[in-house]
Design a protein around this ligand. Structure first.
Ligand SMILES: *Cc1c(COP(=O)(O)O)cnc(C)c1O
Length: 389
């Protein structure tokens, strides 16, 4: 099955011929984030001669700092967010022939992790809060279903209390994909702490960045923690003894050093994004061309992405780019319509909400280093667009 005919039109209309070199409101903040890096290099200088590169002391320090902030007993550094999901599933016995339910609108990494352990990803449509529609999960459960991977997309939260109820009823493992929602909350309980394991990414595009790839798994379960420790390090229990067949999936100690530096700013990162999102919410909610996603009083959203529904989305997209706002779309081609996932056997139209979002969502730049002026400039630019005939 080849879907590219159907979706290429939309992606083509998003293509920019002359991408500006400099934006007034840029997407990435990494240059700003790591402008002052003397402290990190000082630690590197002392650390490098120790040669303690694999599973070194700074890693244990980073893991325990993160555990404290997220509110879980144990945290384990792994090679990536994708691996965090993969190892979590593997450690809980999911593998060949099993089916794992996840959200249709997620990023490829979630589905990739499920596929890597030989399980079959089964997709469920989302709601307009960008997370899985839990009311549609049960109809996808078969005798082969072993796990659910809810995805907290864009800094939103899946309805974890409901997902956990369904999982309990059907005796399913739950692995939270919190890669886009570090420090989000429902009723003051943090993302990644509802299920047995919560998975986080330290990728440069995520909220807490290292200088490359990295991931974290949070759990309260001691046995699971011990099993995951083995899995990330070839299944070794000592230098010479392999207890299970595992992976090479350690978080680099050098990356943990970067993490230890940045984690001091975790509160600032979260608060500042929320403050910036509030400015956009206030300004854009007055605009009849824009519809905000549902905001819940008992949830803390962390705005990994700031996405809203926009009339004439593609035109607005180009207007913003031409006026110096580096907008993006997450994601213009739904996974189930990707050629690489055709083997899953879905048909165009199987996930109408996901499709609707691919055509109508726009992501405005959102990070902790944006100024109030930049946020207001976004609001004004969007106002100007819809004022034009
Ligand atoms: C980024 C991301 C991942 C995986 O993270 P990596 O660290 O890049 O492997 C998983 N799920 C979602 C939803 C993500 O956005």
């Amino acid at each position: 099955m080849v879907y590219s005919k159907q979706v290429s039109k939309d992606v083509k209309t998003l293509k920019i011929n002359h991408y500006p070199k400099k934006f007034k409101v840029e997407w990435s903040y990494l240059q700003e984030q790591f402008k002052y890096n003397d402290k990190i290099f000082e630690v590197f200088k002392k650390f490098i001669p120790t040669g303690d590169f694999t599973l070194g002391k700074p890693l244990a320090e980073f893991e325990s700092k993160f555990a404290k902030i997220v509110g879980s007993k144990y945290v384990l550094g792994v090679a990536s967010g994708t691996d965090a999901i993969k190892l979590s599933l593997k450690a809980q016995g999911i593998g060949h022939g099993d089916e794992v339910i996840t959200a249709a609108n997620t990023f490829i990494a979630t589905v990739g992790a499920i596929n890597e352990i030989g399980a079959k990803p089964v997709l469920v449509d989302c709601t307009d809060d960008f997370c899985v529609d839990y009311t549609k999960i049960e109809e996808k459960i078969t005798s082969r279903t072993k796990a659910i991977v809810p995805v907290h997309l864009a800094g939103q939260m899946s309805n974890m209390p409901e997902v956990m109820k369904i999982a309990k009823k059907h005796n399913l493992v739950v692995v939270e994909d919190a890669c886009q929602a570090m420090f989000a909350e429902i009723d003051r309980k943090k993302s990644g702490t509802f299920a047995k394991t919560g998975c986080f990414s330290l990728h440069p595009l995520k909220a807490l960045n290292v200088w490359g790839d990295g991931g974290l798994i949070a759990t309260d379960d001691k046995q699971l923690y011990e099993d995951l420790r083995k899995l990330r390090n070839h299944g070794l229990i000592s230098r010479d003894e392999v207890e299970v067949l595992g992976y090479n999936s350690r978080l680099d100690t050098l990356q943990a050093i970067v993490g230890n530096d940045l984690i001091e700013s975790a509160q600032f990162i979260t608060d500042q994004r929320i403050a910036n999102a509030a400015i956009l919410d206030k300004g854009l909610s007055k605009n009849p061309g824009i519809t905000l996603p549902k905001r819940y009083k008992n949830r803390k959203l962390v705005y990994h992405l700031y996405m809203v529904f926009a009339d004439r989305r593609n035109e607005l997209y180009h207007y913003c780019i031409n006026n110096g706002i580096e907008v993006k779309v997450h994601y213009p081609i739904p996974l189930y319509q990707q050629n690489g996932l055709a083997f899953l056997g879905y048909n165009p139209g199987d996930f109408p909400i996901t499709d609707y979002q691919a055509e109508n969502l726009i992501s405005f730049p959102m990070h902790q280093h944006h100024t109030e002026e930049q946020m207001k400039y976004i609001v004004d630019t969007v106002d100007n667009f819809y004022k034009m005939v």
